[in-house]
Design a protein around this ligand. Structure first.
Ligand code: GLU
Length: 294
């Protein structure tokens, strides 16, 4: 497994709360990998989830915080909310392959299904969707569509497997990994309110930006097989992946992006310098990801 040169990587924050020490770890790692290999590091704002990300000040705050930290990015900033047409084209391509089915389930119905499972999901655990709507009779589907019942579109991962078979991908830290599409969740590819989803947008954008090294937190490791399968369906290249450890507090809990005390703005107001923030991140990595202000 080797890096492709020139290396192109990216930092792709979602605007949910202020820029945070966890973001800085991701951004600094991406920047460093690009610098060490003489490559470039791009910036992409993943804001398709408009309900959560309507604050236009977020972008201004992001640029200010990154500039204060001395983190710079190459090329133009890509903003996902401006690219809905591109995602729609990719969606239509997947649809034309017969891989999508409408899902009429509400969140409450899905939650009720989970609650009825033999073992309730543990904290933060998210069981796979039961694929209930995959098996609806065609006439029932037509009836619901004709009635205009709100629905999302899910991808049938069994059909994906029939089309592309089993695949491989490479992680810089853990080596060659297998993707068995039928074991991936039938995730939502197009939501009720937007013709895109995180998974669709991320694979389309990484390909369009020429990203050949995806650096991101290990919380997204579980999504990678699914994204690898989407790349195969859409005929897109597969980047190399580098999933890094996540920061935790001294009690071992994942740092929450909503915890204002760890936002860059707040640390700056408390008198932290950028160097001190980077030092605290180095210390955290030496402690297995346990971060504390120091
Ligand atoms: N936007 C995601 C986040 O902020 C990162 C997505 C990715 O790197 O693929 O967690």
């Amino acid at each position: 497994m080797s890096l492709r040169h020139p290396v192109t990587t990216r930092f792709a924050p979602t605007p949910s709360g202020e820029l945070h020490v966890g973001h800085v770890l991701a951004a600094a790692r991406a920047r460093r990998l690009a610098d060490v290999h003489g490559g470039s590091c791009l910036l992409r704002v993943e804001d398709i989830d408009t309900a959560r990300t309507q604050n236009p000040m977020w972008l201004t705050g992001l640029f200010e915080d990154l500039a204060w930290l001395g983190l710079h990015f190459d090329g133009e900033v890509m903003v996902q909310s401006r690219r809905m047409k591109v995602y729609e084209q990719a969606l239509n391509r997947i649809r034309s392959l017969g891989l999508l089915y409408p899902c009429f389930c509400t969140r409450a119905e899905i939650r009720a299904e989970w609650a009825a499972m033999a073992r309730a999901p543990h904290d933060g655990e998210c069981p796979h969707y039961s694929r209930r709507c995959r098996n609806l009779p065609a006439d029932r589907v037509q009836e619901l569509l004709d009635k205009g019942v709100p629905h999302a579109w899910r991808i049938d991962m069994q059909r994906v497997q029939d089309l592309v078979g089993c695949l491989k991908w490479e992680d810089l830290r853990t080596g060659t990994r297998l993707c068995i599409p039928s074991e991936c969740e039938d995730v939502i590819i197009s939501r009720k309110d937007t013709p895109a989803s995180y998974h669709l947008a991320v694979v389309v954008d990484d390909a369009e930006q020429g990203v050949n090294l995806v650096t991101r937190g290990e919380d997204l490791l579980a999504c990678t097989p699914l994204q690898r399968a989407l790349q195969a369906v859409l005929g897109l290249p597969t980047p190399l992946y580098a999933h890094h450890m996540l920061l935790r507090d001294v009690s071992g809990n994942r740092l929450s992006k909503r915890d204002k005390a760890r936002s860059i703005r707040s640390l700056r107001e408390q008198g932290f310098s950028p160097q001190r923030i980077f030092r605290s991140l180095d210390c955290a990595l030496n402690r297995g990801g346990i971060w504390k202000p120091e």
